[in-house]
Design a protein around this ligand. Structure first.
Ligand SMILES: NC(=O)c1ccc[n+]([C@@H]2O[C@H](COP(=O)([O-])OP(=O)(O)OC[C@H]3O[C@@H](n4cnc5c(N)ncnc54)[C@H](OP(=O)(O)O)[C@@H]3O)[C@@H](O)[C@H]2O)c1
Length: 261
C-alpha cells in the first residue's frame, strides 16, 4: 500500500458514481480514511465492504442529498465531527443530461444544474469554514473538459462546468490566505455504460454504426482513445495530494489531448 494519504481524512461526494468509485478505491489503497456522502447509503454498503478489503476499515457513509442546502451542511458537519477534521474534499457528484438546445425547457435546465452546479456550490460553501478554521485543506472538484470544448447536445453540463471553473478560480483567492487550496480536474468522457448509450444514440441519429460513431469522436483526441475511470482517478489523487502543494485555482485537463482540436 502506498501511504500518500495515510492519516488523511477525506470527504467524497458522488462516491458510487463511475468516477467517484474509482477515486474511493484508490484513496482506500493509499491509506485515507473516507467519509462517503451519498444519497442512498444502503446502496453503498458493497462499496464500503470492497474498501474494507482494500485495507481501509474506518470509512463511514453519510446520507446526503446535494439538492438540499440544509442536508449538505449537516452532512459536512457530521463528516467533520466523525473524522475529527476534513483534510481533503473531493467533489465527484453530478451528471447532466443532454438534448437539442431548443428542446431543453426551463425545468430541464434547472434540473440539470441542480446537482452538478448548485450541489457543488453547496458542498464548497459548507466545507470552507471547516477548512478555514483548520488553516489547511485541499479541495478537488471533478468538472469536465466540456467547459472548454462544449458539445452542442450537452450544453447544460458544459454551462455548469464553465461556471464551476470560474467559482474555483475565484474561491482559490479567498481560501488561499487560509492555507486551503482548490483545483479542478477536467476529464473528457470515460469508458462507461453511459458512454455506450450516448454512442448508440449518436449512431442512430447519424445513421452510422456505433463503432463508427465512437471512432469519429475518438479521432478528435491526440491519444485516439478514451480514458478509463481509474486514469482520471489517478489525476484526481495527484491534485488532492501534498505533491501539488503550491497549485491552486488551477485545472488539470485529462482528455487525451481533445482540447487541442
Ligand atoms: N464520466 C465521464 O465521462 C465524465 C466526464 C467528464 C466529467 N464528468 C463529471 O464527473 C462527475 C462524476 O461523473 P460520473 O461519470 O462518475 O457520474 P455518475 O456515474 O452519473 O455518478 C454521479 C454521482 O452523483 C451522485 N448524485 C446525483 N444526484 C445527487 C444528489 N442529489 N445528491 C448527492 N449525490 C448525487 C450520484 O449518486 P446516486 O447514485 O445516488 O444517483 C452518483 O454517485 C460529474 O460531475 C460529471 O459531470 C464525468
Amino acid at each position: 500500500m502506498s501511504t500518500l494519504f495515510k492519516n488523511s481524512n477525506v470527504v467524497l461526494t458522488g462516491a458510487n458514481g463511475i468516477l467517484g468509485t474509482a477515486v474511493a478505491r484508490q484513496l482506500a489503497m493509499q491509506g485515507a480514511r473516507l467519509a462517503l456522502l451519498v444519497r442512498e447509503p444502503e446502496k453503498c454498503t458493497p462499496l464500503l465492504d470492497e474498501l474494507k478489503n482494500l485495507g481501509a476499515t474506518r470509512n463511514i457513509l453519510i446520507k446526503c442529498d446535494l439538492t438540499q442546502a440544509h442536508c449538505t451542511d449537516a452532512a459536512i458537519a457530521e463528516a467533520a465531527h466523525q473524522l475529527g477534521s476534513i483534510d481533503v474534499l473531493i467533489a465527484a457528484a453530478g451528471a447532466a443530461q443532454g438534448g437539442l438546445f431548443w428542446e431543453i425547457d426551463d425545468a430541464a435546465w434547472q434540473r440539470n444544474l441542480e446537482v452538478k452546479l448548485f450541489g457543488t456550490i453547496r458542498t464548497l460553501r459548507a466545507v470552507s469554514p471547516f477548512m478555514i478554521a483548520q488553516r489547511k485543506g485541499r479541495i478537488v472538484v471533478i468538472v469536465g473538459n466540456s467547459a472548454a470544448q462544449p458539445e452542442p447536445r450537452m450544453l447544460p453540463g458544459a454551462a455548469a462546468n464553465a461556471a464551476l471553473l470560474a467559482i474555483i478560480r475565484g474561491l482559490a483567492k479567498e481560501l488561499g490566505p487560509h492555507g486551503v487550496v482548490i483545483n479542478a480536474v477536467n476529464p473528457g468522457p470515460v469508458h462507461s455504460p453511459r458512454w455506450q448509450n450516448l454512442m448508440q444514440a449518436t449512431a442512430t441519429r447519424e445513421g452510422i454504426s456505433t463503432a463508427e460513431a465512437e471512432q469519429k469522436f475518438i479521432s478528435r483526441s491526440s491519444l485516439r482513445r478514451l480514458a478509463t475511470a481509474e486514469e482520471v482517478a489517478q489525476h484526481v489523487l495527484y491534485l488532492a495530494s501534498p505533491l501539488t502543494a503550491h497549485i491552486t485555482g488551477s485545472s488539470l485537463t485529462v482528455d487525451g489531448g481533445s482540447s487541442s482540436y
